[in-house]
Design a binder for this molecule. Structure first.
Ligand code: HEC
Ligand code: HEC
Length: 322
């Protein structure tokens, strides 16, 4: 309704119907999200509906650019095609960035395209979009990033930028649904409780052993831990990040169905299992922790003693399938 009033005020403007259409689209988009239980955006937040591949076909972009963006989409959603070269686990980018990287509260990736180059605490310097994507290859894909300027990197960056279509660079407003916002940490986390919840709610797809499911070289259900998963240097190993991911996105198709305590307990259990070594490993876990503990591993279980069996997590030199 608001949009109609705005339009009346603008009467005579050719933009009128476009304004109504756009704002109705936004209202519909927000109500779909709020019906799922997500909070409505604050008036101070930037709401952006990333365009689809259908929008791409209808756009006036050069056919060659359309081809490259489509290639980026294809790599994002089936990153396994780079297995053995750039990817050494069972993940696709879309395994963690749901809705092909478009979904709010699932770290929608277009946000990076409008905020980079930007400072990143993880590596303590200003990163561009290529370096940010490279980081997800190194850690989340337990891989080796495609070279800057290579066809794969170009296609992926083009896809990220396409998703950000129309958003101004360096927006001053905070971005609605950015990252994996976590619920508040409960006082006590339960490993046993997390295990039970995982087996009851998650194992049907991801397996009690956390190996997920692969069929004919394709990942059907990704691996939340083990050799087929992200390594110890990936953002998802932070218990807070995993809790945010799980609360907002899992079980698949039932976002926000777990309580905050449940999401945290499962994250704690999941991130207390083994996975490939952090590529920043110096050969000594104590030394690695001294270097990366204060900035990164203070949020992970890396180097900590697992309460159930006294195992020191991450104390190995297994790099998975690399
Ligand atoms: C194991 C899960 C996982 C996988 C797989 C993964 N990512 Fe990410 N990605 C994350 C996490 C966690 C973050 C950090 C979110 C945050 O800031 O809280 C992130 C952040 C990003 C960002 C920055 C978003 C922003 O808000 O600035 C980009 C871009 C990105 N990933 C791209 C990729 C690409 C491209 C791939 C595939 C090559 C990929 N990711 C694979 C977990 C993953
Ligand atoms: C109906 C099947 C299904 C159920 C149940 C389910 N997941 Fe997932 N999960 C998926 C799929 C599929 C993906 C990858 C997203 C995609 O490809 O669209 C995924 C992705 C993930 C990821 C990111 C990638 C990885 O493997 O690390 C995590 C973590 C995860 N799920 C945890 C959970 C947890 C915890 C639960 C239980 C609370 C759960 N899932 C329940 C199907 C499921």
């Amino acid at each position: 309704m608001k949009s109609i009033f705005a339009c009346v005020a603008l009467s005579g403007s050719l933009m009128c119907s476009a304004v109504v259409a756009a704002s109705e689209r936004t209202e519909e988009y927000i109500s779909t999200l709020t019906e799922l239980g997500f909070p409505a955006p604050e008036s101070s937040e930037l709401v952006h509906i990333p365009p689809t591949l259908e929008d791409l076909e209808q756009s006036g972009l050069h056919p060659e650019l359309k081809r490259v963006i489509r290639r980026g989409y294809d790599l994002f959603t089936n990153t396994q095609q780079l297995r053995g070269e750039n990817v050494f686990n069972d993940m696709n980018c879309s395994s963690c960035h749901l809705g092909d990287g478009r979904m709010p509260f699932s770290a929608p990736v277009w946000a990076a395209a409008v905020t980079l180059p930007g400072y990143r605490g993880k590596n303590d310097h200003v990163n561009n979009l290529e370096e940010r994507i490279a980081g997800c290859f190194t850690y989340s894909m337990n891989g080796k990033p495609p070279a800057y300027g290579s066809d794969s990197m170009l296609a992926l960056t083009a896809y990220h930028r396409w998703l950000a279509r129309g958003v101004g660079m360096y927006p001053e407003k905070p971005i609605y649904g950015r990252g994996f916002p976590a619920p508040e940490r409960p006082e006590e986390l339960s490993y046993a409780g997390g295990k039970q919840l995982f087996n009851d709610n998650c194992a049907i797809c991801h397996g009690e052993d956390g190996k997920g499911l692969r069929v004919d070289g394709q990942t059907v259900f990704p691996a939340p831990w083990g050799d087929g998963s992200n390594n110890w240097g990936a953002g998802m190993v932070r218990v807070v990040t995993a809790a945010g991911f799980i609360k907002n996105n899992m079980p698949l198709g039932q976002p926000l169905s777990l309580t905050d305590q449940q999401a945290w307990d499962i994250a704690y259990y999941m991130n207390s299992q083994e996975r490939p070594q952090d590529p920043r490993y110096t050969g000594d876990i104590k030394e690695t922790l001294e270097k990366y503990g204060p900035t990164f591993h203070k949020h992970s279980m890396y180097g900590q003693t697992r309460e159930v069996d006294g195992k020191v997590l991450g104390d190995h030199s297994n790099t998975g399938d690399k």
